[in-house]
Design a protein around this ligand. Structure first.
Ligand code: PRP
Ligand code: HPA
Length: 176
């Protein structure tokens, strides 16, 4: 029987030992490449987020842009990019987060959201949760109401989705 969630799942591939030995990298490019799968993936999110009174979709650099902008377009909402440091031209605020070695910073334009706006935060994958947490801190600093943090894939063994929930955010992922 027709099961879009299962069809999309079968198009996500795992690349062993990439980008380094021991890592099983979850690769969504086959989903994006197939028009039927791409549409199914987007429609899964659309059916969840239609009629939720959202004001904006915020996507995280870089893979959160690919699905976040399409979800925003389909919901008739605006899209806000949360970018790696040094990419946004107007006035920004930034939040640091830890990587396995060292740290990174994400930034948002200070005028990207208005206080009280209801935001859907989107990325492709939650690993340690550092990226999504830093993104949500940015939105909250600007006074936004982050309705949900959503991703295609969760890697629960890395504990990120649990940390994000403990920060008080709703989290939705489609696959583990
Ligand atoms: C990946 C992924 C998420 C983040 C998840 O992006 O797309 O944004 O890592 O990891 P975390 O939960 O441990 O923070 P990456 O930083 O590799 O950047 P890219 O999208 O530019 O490749
Ligand atoms: N896939 C994609 N992005 C990632 C992964 C992964 O397995 N782990 C950390 N970021």
């Amino acid at each position: 029987q027709y099961n879009p969630l299962e069809i999309v799942r079968q198009s996500i591939r795992t690349i062993h030992d990439w980008p380094k030995p021991g890592v099983d990298f979850r690769d969504i490019t086959p989903v994006l490449q197939d028009p039927r799968c791409f549409r199914m993936l987007i429609d899964i999110f659309i059916s969840r987020y239609m009629r939720q009174g959202l004001d904006l979709v915020a996507g995280v650099d870089a893979r959160g842009f690919i699905i976040g902008s399409v979800i925003a377009y389909e919901l008739n909402l605006g899209f806000v990019p949360i970018r790696k440091k040094g990419k946004l031209p107007f006035e920004t605020v930034g939040e640091d987060y830890n990587l396995e070695y060292g740290s990174a910073t994400v930034e948002i334009h200070t005028d990207a959201v208005k206080p009280g706006q209801r935001i859907l935060l989107i990325d492709d994958l939650i690993a340690t949760g550092g990226t999504m947490l830093a993104a949500s801190r940015l939105l909250r600093r600007l006074g936004a109401n982050v309705v949900e943090a959503a991703a295609i894939i969760d890697l629960p063994a890395l504990g990120g989705s649990k940390l994000i929930r403990e920060s008080g955010l709703n989290v939705k992922t489609l696959y583990e």
